[in-house]
Design a protein around this ligand. Structure first.
Ligand code: ADP
Ligand code: MG
Length: 447
């Protein structure tokens, strides 16, 4: 009998005896098989697959095979790292039942992105508070609300949360929530098919709340900006609520039309910073609870310290670990985490560390890192030290006390003073601007 058919039939028999999830993840993806006399050879993408399959259904698998064909005496696994394995179609972990009332369904809102699922920390408390205020009281002076912050820090989550909360309070609200790119595409299509009237109506007359994500995409796109400007004005003047997110501050988007920029600045602008360690830990705890993953404090700390800035990555790491642990039945230890998260963490390493910044700053000024950490006050050390503190704050968003500790246990006030001083130097002192420029380019940061 043909190897492939033999294998599929054997899997068919085995299927009823293993959980759907295990079957989807471990067995179904294996499709490359061949017979070598009395041995069935099965290719697996990773040695770990082989171990897992052998441990969990080794005998059963052979038994099923022999039911189909008695000629088969054994199974051999062969690791083929180039083997393409389809990702499981279902999420790896069942979602726990929602504890709170499920949000009203709105086709454009992600049901998981509610305030209840959002962890508030120092890095996002203002953005969170502003979003809540807008959703609950819709104060005029908070209109528009402009949220900006780096990738994966929770902008889209908060934007959706506003939508959910407004719907909870006023179920009839007409909420339009979309990516700016969607707006752009729709506009292009409407222009092409001569349906601008409809387009305008949708955004201006049939909308009480406009939630527009990733507005930075409109930079440089004049026609779209113009249309957006009119949409914005129409809504604004009739007192409709507008919330916008962007990965940049309005002032840092030079390709944005001035009138649009000043509209954005007329409301309230809040930023989301990279989460500090406590917030990362809290997010991990919350997600672990939601996903029913048992996470020890050591492992949580390990993940939180390794994943520096991006909440999406933090979440991804946890889910991956949880999936692994639940499938393999092992406990999540720090060693396991190191192993499983290797790829993610390798990527993170490219991110700046205080050590790296200090090394580069020290090299630039031809001093030693130990001089930066020392208490020596003469200018040839103090100036590089202050610059390094400033840069670390800017690049890594560590807290002032954390930065102080990296510099040999300096007081947080010293760091605050350094950052303040550098900021004012950068305003007027060309020399300082040049130093900073050179150091940034040594760090691989584009001007
Ligand atoms: P952005 O839009 O800023 O790129 P997202 O809103 O898509 O980021 O967030 C990325 C992921 O991280 C989402 O799954 C989101 O739920 C989660 N997330 C971000 N911040 C928080 C937070 N403070 N609490 C809980 N989850 C968060
Ligand atoms: Mg987003």
């Amino acid at each position: 009998m043909q190897a492939q058919r033999l294998w599929q039939e054997a899997l068919g028999r085995l299927k009823s005896r293993v959980s759907d999830q295990s079957f989807e993840i471990w067995l179904k993806p294996l499709t490359s098989v061949r017979c070598e006399q009395a041995t069935l050879v099965v290719e697996v993408p990773h040695a770990f697959f082989q171990e897992w399959i052998q441990d969990h259904f080794g005998e059963d698998l052979l038994h099923s095979l022999r039911q189909v064909s008695e000629e088969i005496q054994q199974i051999r696994f062969e690791v083929n790292e180039n083997l393409e394995v389809a990702a499981p179609e279902q999420p790896l972990l069942p979602l726990p039942p929602p504890k709170t009332k499920p949000p009203l369904l709105h086709p454009a809102l992600n049901p998981r992105y509610t305030f209840d699922h959002f962890v508030v920390g120092r890095s996002n408390q203002f953005a969170h508070a502003a979003c809540k205020a807008v959703a609950e009281q819709r104060p005029r002076r908070y209109n528009p609300l402009f949220i900006y912050g780096g990738v994966g820090l929770g902008k889209t989550h908060l934007l959706n949360a506003v939508g959910h909360r407004i719907l909870e309070r006023k179920p009839k609200s007409r909420i339009v929530c979309l990516q700016a790119e969607g707006f752009l595409n729709e506009l292009i299509n409407s222009l092409r098919s001569d349906r601008m009237a409809e387009f305008r109506q949708k955004y201006r007359q049939k909308c009480d709340v406009l939630l527009m994500d990733d507005i930075e995409i409109l930079a440089g796109k004049e026609r779209t900006q113009e249309e957006f400007f009119y949409t914005f004005n129409g809504l604004y003047e009739s007192g409709k609520t507008i919330v916008i997110t962007s990965d940049r501050f309005p002032k840092d988007m030079p390709e944005l039309e001035e009138r649009l920029r000043s509209r954005f600045e007329s409301g309230i602008i809040v930023d989301i910073q990279a989460p500090d360690l406590e917030t990362k830990l809290a997010i991990l705890r919350k997600k672990a609870e939601e996903e029913q993953i048992h996470l020890s404090p050591e492992v949580a700390l390990f993940i939180a310290e390794s994943v520096t800035s991006n909440v999406r990555k933090l979440e991804g790491s946890l889910i991956r670990l949880g999936a692994f642990a639940s499938l393999s039945g092992s406990d999540i230890t720090v060693d396991l985490a190191k192993n499983i998260l290797k790829n993610i963490l390798d990527e993170e390493k490219k991110v700046f560390t205080p050590d790296l910044v200090m090394k580069i700053v020290a090299a630039h000024f031809q001093v030693k890192v130990s001089d930066l950490k020392s208490a020596r006050r003469n200018r040839s050390f103090a100036y590089p030290r202050q610059l390094a503190m400033y840069l670390i704050r800017e690049l890594m968003n560590l807290s002032f006390p954390e930065i102080g500790r990296t510099f040999g246990g300096k007081d947080h006030a010293t760091v605050i003073h350094a950052c303040k001083k550098l900021r004012s130097l950068l305003q007027e002192d060309v020399e300082t601007q040049r130093h900073l420029q050179a150091i940034k380019s040594a760090l691989g940061i584009q001007a």
